[in-house]
Write a protein that binds this ligand. Structure first.
Ligand SMILES: [Zn+2]
Length: 176
């Protein structure tokens, strides 16, 4: 399922384009054509939107940072709502340098990083790792109150088993 990974994106700006944006797949890359006048913010927004559209058309999930943030918002709402802003991260990103970890959280600057190794995994496993890291914003250590937050997620145990299985097959001691 390598195709579910976030693809390499090449953005091409065109002076002839006014408002229209289009995207197509070119081998491993996705080319996104945008009007030259677009700001950086518009570029980011449209790249995410076009990747989602392309993925929907191709019938597979899209894994962008924006999607990750939406996912976090939904999980906070479902499981950590009473903590309010304490559960809200400053940023959530996919990263490729998480050796030995599925995810990590820095409570000091409220940033969360999720390993790209999860990109091909089912949604409910990604949700578990993300909720785990969000819970660290509230409780930094793995104590009883931390686990009581994480275990609100009905598939927490199942997801932990899934990840342990993947780690043992891969022969790497991956932790959370
Ligand atoms: Zn942890």
């Amino acid at each position: 399922m390598a195709g579910a990974r976030k693809p390499v994106v090449e953005v091409r700006r065109s002076q002839r384009r006014r408002r229209t944006v289009s995207a197509y797949r070119d081998g491993e890359r996705v080319v996104v054509l945008i009007p030259d006048q677009f700001s950086r913010a518009e570029e980011t927004e449209w790249v995410d939107r076009m990747l989602a559209r392309l993925a929907a058309r191709e019938g597979r999930p899209v894994r962008t940072d924006a999607e990750l943030l939406q996912r976090a918002a939904r999980l906070i709402n479902l499981y950590l709502a009473e903590h309010g802003p304490a559960a809200v991260p400053a940023s959530v990103r996919w990263v490729t340098n998480q050796n030995g970890r599925w995810g990590s959280c820095t409570p000091a600057d409220r940033t969360i990083r999720i390993s790209h190794r999860l990109q091909d995994m089912p949604d409910w496993v990604i949700d578990y790792v993300l909720l785990h890291e969000l819970a660290h914003l509230i409780v930094p250590s793995h104590n009883a109150s931390f686990w009581s937050l994480v275990c609100r997620y009905p598939k927490a145990e199942r997801a932990r088993g899934y990840l342990e299985g993947v780690a043992s097959v891969a022969g790497v001691p991956l932790t959370d």
